[in-house]
Ligand binder design. Structure first.
Ligand SMILES: [Zn+2]
Length: 492
C-alpha cells in the first residue's frame, strides 16, 4: 500500500489544482487524474549538455570515477558505503531532501557499465540550473531523496568481468550475502527502507524485442516477481505502471525496440528480493543498438528514462498507466538477433549445391594488461531457415554463391599487411594473411583476417566457425566479401 507521506506533495498539487479549476469553472466534475506534464522535449534537448565527457567507452575503471566523485559539488552527499573484496571503495551519492526514498544502483555485474555512465550524466543534470528546468529539479528535490550506488562491483569492473573477485554473481547473493558488495546493497535498502529501487544492468546485444525477432532490444525492463506464483502486489503494480510510463516515451525514440524481461522468480536475485522486501523495483537492462558498440545512445536513453521516471514518482504520474499497458510490451527473446544474416546463400559442397541462410554474431575479448581495449571476432551463429531472427544487417543473396576465403601464401610484416590491396586479394580468393610475428591487438587491418605465424582458419561453413566468405553473383562476378562478420560490397 502507498504511504500517505509518499504522495503528500502530489496530493497537495492536486488539491491546489482542484481549488484553482474549481474557481474558474464551477460546472462539471473535475477530472480525477491531473498530473503535471513532463517537459520531455526540453529535457531531451538538455541532457547532452550535462554529459560526463570523460566517459566515452564501456571499459572505464573505478579509478576513472574517483575524480568525478571528488568534483561533485554542493547538493550532493558523497561518501563510501563499503568496500569490495579487493578493498576498493563502493561510493554512495545522495541528493534531494524529500520523503520518498529512491535507491539506484548500477554495475553489480562488472561488465555492465552503461548505466554507471548515465548516472554521472544524471548527476550533472541534477546540478544544472538556469536552463528552464529548475522547477522540475525543485519538484524532484522536494519530493525525493535519491541514494545512488554506481558501480556496485568495482573489482569486476576493473577486469571488465561479470562476477566479483570471489567469482560470485552478486545477483545470486541476495540471500546468503557472502559478498561485501551484496551486503552494501542489502544494507542500503534496509537503512533507507527504500520506497523505490532502480536495478540497472546491461544485457547481451542479441536480444530481440518480441518473437519472431525483427528488431533488436535496445532496452529491456521488468517489474521483478517476488514469489513463484508471480503475484501482483500493490507495490509490484506500481513498478509495472512506472515501467509502462517509461516505455511510452522510449517507444518514441526507438519504436518496437523495448522488451519485457522474463519474470520467472529467481529466489537469489536482488530485484526479486527487493520487491519482496517492500521496495517497488524496476529493472532496466541496456541492450544493443546498431552502430553503437559503446552504447552511448543507450546511455542517453537511460538518462532520459531516469529523469522521466523520477518525475513520475515525485508526482504520482505513473498512476496514469496500467498493468495492461505494461503487459503489452513484448517479451524479449534472448538470441533473437544476429549481427548479419545472409539470406539464400548458395553453398557448394562435394554432395551438391544447397541454398540456406547464414547468420553471424560477434564475440568480444577484453585485452590485457589494463582491460581497456578489446578485439571482436565473428563466428557463424546459425545456418538454415533464419526467417524468425532479426539482424542488424541483412542481405538477400538470391542464390548467389558463397565461397570460404583462403590464406595468402606468404607471411608478411604489419606494414606490408597494411599496404595490401584487399580487393585484389579477394579476386584471387584470399581473405586472410599470416603475419611473420605475433602482432599486438588490434590487428593492422580489418578488411583481411590477420593470422599468427602458426595460425590457420577453418574453411568449413559450420556453426561456431569464424568463416570469411567471398560472394559471387549469377554472372560469377565477385560482388561482396564477409570478413570477420562485416559485409563489404565491392564495386565492379
Ligand atoms: Zn546484469
Amino acid at each position: 500500500m502507498m504511504t500517505s507521506s509518499r504522495f503528500s506533495r502530489p496530493a497537495a498539487v492536486l488539491l491546489l489544482w482542484v481549488l484553482v479549476i474549481g474557481c474558474a469553472e464551477s460546472q462539471g466534475p473535475a477530472p480525477v487524474t491531473n498530473y503535471p506534464d513532463f517537459p520531455f522535449a526540453a529535457v531531451e534537448t538538455s541532457v547532452d549538455r550535462y554529459r560526463e565527457e570523460s566517459l566515452t567507452t564501456r571499459r572505464f575503471k573505478p579509478a576513472d570515477l574517483a575524480p568525478l566523485y571528488a568534483a561533485l559539488g554542493g547538493g550532493f552527499g558523497v561518501d563510501t558505503a563499503g568496500t569490495s573484496v579487493e578493498g576498493r571503495a563502493i561510493h554512495r551519492v545522495q541528493w534531494g531532501s524529500g520523503p520518498t526514498e529512491v535507491l539506484l544502483w548500477s554495475q553489480m555485474h562488472g561488465d555492465e557499465p552503461t548505466a554507471t555512465a548515465a548516472l554521472f550524466d544524471l548527476f550533472h543534470w541534477l546540478a544544472g540550473r538556469d536552463d528552464g528546468l529548475d522547477s522540475l529539479r525543485a519538484t524532484l528535490r522536494e519530493s525525493l531523496h535519491l541514494t545512488f550506488i554506481p558501480m556496485l562491483n568495482p573489482d569486476g569492473a576493473n577486469r571488465y568481468e561479470r562476477r566479483n573477485a570471489l567469482g560470485i554473481d552478486l545477483n545470486r547473493d541476495a540471500l546468503h550475502l557472502t559478498s561485501p558488495e551484496a551486503r552494501v546493497l542489502k544494507g542500503e535498502r534496509d537503512r533507507l527502507q527504500a520506497d523505490w529501487g532502480f536495478n540497472l544492468h546491461d544485457q547481451g546485444i542479441y536480444y530481440s524485442a518480441g518473437f519472431p525477432g525483427e528488431k533488436g532490444c535496445v532496452i529491456s525492463i521488468l517489474a521483478p516477481a517476488f514469489d513463484w506464483e508471480k503475484s501482483m502486489s500493490q507495490k509490484r503494480t506500481d513498478a509495472a505502471q512506472l515501467i509502462a510510463l517509461l516505455n511510452d516515451r522510449w517507444q518514441e525514440a526507438v519504436p518496437g525496440q523495448i522488451g519485457r524481461y522474463n519474470d520467472d522468480f529467481e529466489p537469489r536475485a536482488f530485484g526479486d528480493n527487493l520487491q519482496k522486501w517492500g521496495t517497488r523495483t524496476v529493472l532496466i537492462e541496456s541492450g544493443g543498438y546498431p552502430g553503437d558498440p559503446e552504447k552511448q545512445e543507450i546511455r542517453r536513453l537511460n538518462v532520459l528514462g531516469l529523469i522521466n521516471g523520477l518525475h513520475a514518482i515525485a508526482t504520482g504520474r505513473f498512476e496514469q498507466y496500467s498493468v495492461a499497458d505494461y503487459l503489452e510490451i513484448p517479451e524479449n527473446e534472448s538470441n533473437g538477433m544476429h549481427a548479419l544474416i545472409l539470406e539464400n546463400a548458395r553453398v557448394e559442397r562435394p554432395e551438391g549445391s544447397f541454398v540456406l541462410d547464414i547468420g553471424f554474431r560477434i564475440a568480444e575479448r577484453t585485452l590485457p594488461p589494463d582491460n581497456r581495449r578489446y578485439t571482436s571476432s565473428a563466428y557463424i551463429s546459425d545456418l538454415g531457415d533464419l526467417s524468425t531472427f532479426g539482424a542488424f544487417e541483412r542481405v538477400d543473396l538470391d542464390s548467389f554463391r558463397v565461397v570460404p576465403g583462403r590464406v595468402y601464401p606468404t607471411a608478411l610484416g604489419a606494414n606490408a599487411i597494411r599496404d595490401l590491396d584487399p580487393t585484389a586479394l579477394y579476386r584471387d580468393g584470399y581473405t586472410a594473411v599470416k603475419a611473420t610475428t605475433i602482432l599486438p591487438d588490434p590487428p593492422p587491418t580489418e578488411v583481411l583476417r590477420v593470422l599468427t605465424p602458426s595460425g590457420s582458419i577453418s574453411r568449413d561453413i559450420d556453426v561456431g566457425n569464424p568463416a570469411d566468405l567471398l560472394i559471387y553473383d549469377g554472372a560469377d562476378r565477385l560482388v561482396m566479401a564477409v570478413i570477420n562478420g562485416r559485409l563489404r560490397r565491392l564495386g565492379q
